[in-house]
Design a protein around this ligand. Structure first.
Ligand SMILES: Cc1ncc(COP(=O)(O)O)c(C=O)c1O
Length: 370
């Protein structure tokens, strides 16, 4: 029985609406894009949403519009997708890496410690902001992070690329910081069959600036108020996004059900299953277990055609592309331990119980065989 790690949802209605857009003759930043932005903003519960070419560009545009640049430091977890961190470098700033708590999201206690004791970090003149990442679809512990941000006068930019629809204390992720950034990459909870992203914010001026920057700094068709970029979105993917958004709550409910099947099925197995905090409504973009026998287990599951992943085997502060540019960084004990043990099991809305049972039985077999 083949079990893929993830699988995007598609149906006949989505295919038909894509064909309609092809016939419409309007392809870039048109009616569907505007409607998708309005609908997404409403779903998150904020005033503005700006579609972009990817989650990475949503983070980049937000940092640019927030005026982040050379000499600035941004506090960010190291256990995240590398694209959380890349835009920090691209605007000329420096990431300062923070450890994780047991949910694998930013540890507010470590964040506080670093803010209190910040030593000299090369190239950082002033710490400007915090990027918590709602990793695996579980929200970061936002209240203490927002309190610290307020106390130290920092902005909070939420990386929601893995957490469309997740809630923290009843509030949607993306609605708590200065802005929130989402990705529509094919494996995500909401996908558009290609690259895509969106940023959401309550701040009209920030949204306006991002809108201009994503489209060559345009104010009018031939008037460029800023030197911007081409990080636009398109109509075909917007119509897909609109239809997927209508199904998102159902997808997330199915993902939570799949996660529960795994957690029940793995109760008596010597692996750590993902904790869910009582203030969290997670959306299980990934279902990540932990075991010191991770590599052997993943090989065993591969032989049974069960696909697994590691998110992420190398934390950002140890990546060859950044290591030599960072200078002295805080020690990240939990992050460095966890990356040796994490293993992502298959999860997607249409995953059948029969398949999760097969995955659980195979994991049990692995440990019995020792
Ligand atoms: C946590 C996180 N941040 C940022 C990104 C970047 O999104 P994209 O691939 O759409 O640029 C991703 C997706 O890979 C992600 O998972």
């Amino acid at each position: 029985m083949k079990v893929p790690l993830s699988k995007p949802y598609v149906d006949q209605e989505i295919k038909e609406r894509v064909l309609e857009v092809i016939d419409s003759g309007q392809y870039i930043l048109g009616k569907n894009c505007r409607q998708f932005e309005e609908e997404f903003a409403q779903f998150i519960g904020v005033k503005h949403a700006v579609l972009t070419s990817s989650g990475t560009s949503a983070i980049f545009l937000s940092l640019k519009a927030l005026g982040v640049g050379r000499g600035d430091g941004i506090l960010v977890p190291s256990l995240t997708a590398f694209p959380t961190v890349e835009p920090i470098f691209h605007v000329g700033a420096t990431p300062i890496f923070i450890d994780i708590d047991e949910t694998c999201t930013m540890d507010p206690k470590h964040l506080e410690k670093i803010l209190k004791t910040k030593g000299k970090i090369p190239r950082v003149k002033k710490i400007k902001g915090i990027i918590p990442v709602h990793l695996y679809g579980h929200p970061a512990n936002m209240d203490p992070i927002l309190d610290l941000a307020k106390h130290y006068g920092l902005f909070v930019l939420e990386d929601c690329c893995q957490a469309h629809g997740a809630r923290y204390q009843g509030k949607r992720v993306g609605s708590m910081g200065m802005a929130g950034c989402f990705s529509f990459y094919p494996s995500k909870n909401l996908t558009v069959f290609g690259d895509g992203g969106i940023l959401v914010t309550e701040d009209g001026a920030l949204a306006k600036q991002c809108r201009m920057l994503r489209d060559h700094g345009r104010k009018e068709k031939y008037e460029h108020e800023l030197v911007g970029y081409n990080l636009r979105f398109n109509e075909i993917q917007a119509v897909v996004g609109r239809l997927q958004l209508r199904r998102l709550e159902g997808f997330n409910e199915s993902r939570r059900r799949v996660a529960q099947w795994y957690s029940d099925g793995l109760k008596d197995v010597p692996v750590i299953t993902p904790p869910v905090k009582d203030w969290a409504e997670p959306v299980f973009h990934l279902y990540v277990i932990q075991t010191p026998k991770r590599d052997e287990l993943s090989t065993y599951l591969k032989e049974k055609e069960i696909q697994t992943g590691i998110h992420y085997p190398i934390p950002c502060h140890l990546q060859p592309g950044t290591e030599n540019t960072l200078g002295l960084q805080p020690k990240l004990k939990r992050t460095e331990e966890v990356v040796k043990k994490i293993l992502s099991l298959p999860i997607y809305p249409e995953l059948e119980k029969e398949k999760t049972d097969f995955v659980c039985t195979s994991i049990k077999e692995f440990f019995i065989k020792g």
